[in-house]
Design a protein around this ligand. Structure first.
Ligand code: GAL
Length: 662
């Protein structure tokens, strides 16, 4: 066949045009088709083409086949590398959220610029359509926040898709940050650290170990130690008992071959324990249901060998899973739940509880245990219901110094309790513990119900959890920290109710290696800057400093976060006045805490996604004139400032300072 050259040329031209047109035709890429694992969210798992509940997505009674179901506070970081033209979605609160909650705000941010923002959205409202031009955008952030209300933040990015002409989008994790150690290494000369005040009940055994850094051997002494107490010159352990209520002002002394140190200290014998927030370690977030006697002993060993004890950490606390688990298939969790007289037994992973607390006490440390007012603990282990008196006696007999008292199965017995009903189990246990012949600190773990901060102390508690589990889902830790840690505190004014003898407990320090709830441990999902924010915030709000990562596996960075004495001094300040937020400008916040010597600890936080300058104004701090500002993490004076102090603060980071007159 003979080809007509003109027709061939025309045909070629048409083919060229159509391929060009095809090449320019953008491809539709659904957000839900990407790898969702790097998404950070406050609860549950992100769901492809479903709501976070796993049900079909539905907003304002309209269902959607495709989309991404998340839970507040969530952060989706999408790398576009300039390859997408448009981002389109319909946002709203999923109808399956079983209760109303604070309004959810959706934001779309491209390379640091807000491209779209919803007003606060509530359940039942129709979805809002979003269509944004993302041409040239390298990184797109999709955020859903509910401003501090933690429950039912079921945020849907329905039908979310990109029109892609170049590089395909990919969801990525937080940008890499180097773990920079700011805490100076402790000097070889002695320094006395930790609390400067300690409470004990009259007639009860006292144990307090002088925490001091510096080379060993070290010699300890205490001036004006009241009758009934003695100090061990080698270990710095103070033992004995005080019969007379009163305040005893003493001086701690420590000396080694490089020098000496002293520090004023007050022992207050009376009705109040926990005059400063507790410091210690708890097994839950690393060992959960694998905890054993050996693990607890190793934790006590590590508290000493890591040096944490020399900075004021005292408590070594077992969480759930030490008692018998009815119906467990694992024989080591079995045994007789109670003896013939009704006294509770440990499971077979704990052969001798008394020997365990003796081991912990011999190191100058204290021991803590856990139970629940219900028939079983949250993990399904035997708990204290109808055995409260016997169990408390047992804990005292075993030698425990601390009880964490959960809620869990008690909720099945007390349905919709009023405030008195919420208080009841804690009041019962508070009274019983006070009648034991040893001091036992009581930590309430009922997640803040009934505004526990208003009454926790009155029912005998020394601290109380203010919200749900900070580490409930491994990936959710950063979201939960920036939600519970900041908003719940500031919005509800939690700081107003607490002080010496009773502290708000926003949960443990989630640093180092933690359980990933899949049978392994993994490094905390918090970035280094988030970890600095975590510890700084806990110290500013005078929270208990209870580390719950693997204490036997502390890297230098984690240890440096846990052992900065000037930062710990903020937490342990004897005035015991928790700090609060004093200024907020979008994502930038200033928090301040009054300290006993008239100075202030000030945290300049950046909750935003990009580095920013945060300003602490003297007017917001109630200050005037020239002030000296000291960087607490670096332990370095920065200079004199008039009117304000400004600092550049990295994404999710903090600059923590102390402001003084001279
Ligand atoms: C939760 C509690 C956690 C942990 C757990 C044990 O209720 O908040 O901190 O103790 O129970 O099962």
């Amino acid at each position: 066949m003979k080809l007509n050259p003109l027709l061939v040329l025309a045909g070629l031209a048409i083919t060229l045009i159509t391929t060009q047109a095809l090449a320019a035709e953008p491809e539709t890429v659904y957000l839900s088709s990407l790898d969702l694992s790097p998404i950070v969210q406050g609860w549950g798992q992100p769901q492809a083409d479903k709501a976070v509940t796993g049900k079909r997505m539905s907003i304002g009674s309209k269902t959607f086949e495709r989309g991404l179901g998340t839970h507040t506070d969530s952060l989706i970081r999408v790398q576009l590398k300039g390859g997408s033209e448009k981002f389109m979605t319909s946002v709203g609160v999923d109808d399956a959220a079983t209760s109303d909650h604070a309004a959810i705000t959706f934001r779309v941010i491209g390379d640091g610029k807000t491209l779209w923002k919803s007003p606060g959205m509530k359940r039942g409202q129709a979805a809002r359509k979003v269509e944004v031009d993302v041409k040239g955008v390298k990184t797109l952030l999709l955020l859903a926040d509910s401003g501090g209300d933690v429950s039912f933040g079921h945020a849907d990015w329905a039908d979310a898709k990109f029109l892609v002409t170049g590089e395909r989008p990919a969801i990525v994790g937080s940008p890499h940050e180097d773990a920079v150690i700011l805490t100076p290494k402790p000097a070889r000369t002695p320094r006395i650290n930790g609390a400067r005040i300690f409470g004990v009940h009259p007639g009860h055994p006292l144990l307090f170990t002088i925490p001091a850094t510096g080379d060993r051997p070290m010699k300890f002494a205490v001036d004006h130690l009241p009758k009934g107490l003695s100090v061990d010159a080698q270990t710095g352990q103070i033992h004995g008992r005080l019969d007379q209520p009163g305040e005893y002002v003493v001086t701690f002394r420590a000396a080694n071959q490089f020098g000496k140190a002293k520090r004023a200290f007050k022992i207050v014998c009376g009705e109040t324990l926990a005059l400063t927030p507790h410091m210690g370690w708890n097994s839950w977030y690393v060992w959960e249901n694998h905890v054993t006697d050996q693990i607890m002993r190793a934790a006590a060993d590590a508290m000493v060998s890591s040096g944490m004890m020399d900075h004021g950490y005292q408590y070594v606390n077992i969480d759930d899973c030490w008692s018998v688990k009815p119906g467990a298939s694992d024989p080591t969790l079995g045994g007789e739940a109670r003896d013939a007289s009704g006294m509770v037994n440990a499971n077979l992973r704990f052969s001798d509880m008394k020997a365990l607390t003796d081991y912990i006490h011999a190191k100058g440390l204290k021991a803590g245990i856990y139970t629940s007012p219900g028939p079983t603990t949250c993990g399904g282990y035997v708990a204290a219901y109808q055995h409260e008196e016997l169990d408390a006696q047992r804990f005292a007999e075993w030698g425990y110094d601390f009880l964490k008292y959960d809620w869990c199965s008690y909720g099945n017995l007390a349905k919709n309790p009023d405030r008195a009903g919420l208080q009841k189990p804690y009041r019962v246990m508070g009274d019983i513990l006070r009648r034991q012949d040893r001091d036992m600190v009581l930590n309430l773990c009922q997640y803040g119900m009934g505004d526990v901060w208003e009454w926790g102390k009155e029912v005998g508690g020394h601290s109380w959890r203010t919200a749900g589990d900070l580490g409930g889902s491994f990936n959710g830790i950063p979201g939960a920290l920036f939600r519970d840690g900041f908003d719940v505190y500031s919005k509800r004014g939690l700081h107003k109710y607490v002080g010496p003898g009773g502290w708000n407990d926003p949960d443990y320090l989630l640093l180092g290696y933690l359980s990933n709830w899949k049978g392994q441990t993994a490094p905390t999902p918090l970035t280094p800057n988030e970890q600095y924010s975590h510890v700084s915030l806990w110290c500013l709000v005078a929270a208990p400093l209870i580390f719950s990562g693997d204490i036997t596996r502390l890297d230098d960075f984690t240890l440096s976060l846990l052992t900065n004495d000037e930062v710990i001094d903020v937490d342990q300040d004897p005035l015991g006045k928790p700090g609060c937020r004093v200024a907020i400008d979008g994502d930038l916040e200033v928090w301040a805490k009054d300290l006993e010597d008239g100075t202030k600890a000030v945290g300049l936080f950046n909750r935003g996604e990009d580095e920013a300058t945060v300003t602490a104004k003297w007017a917001d701090l109630g200050l005037k004139g020239k002030r000296i500002v000291r960087d607490l993490w670096r332990q370095k004076d920065l200079g004199k400032y008039e009117g304000e102090f400004k600092a550049s603060v990295p994404r999710h980071g903090v600059v923590l300072v102390r402001v003084r007159a001279k």
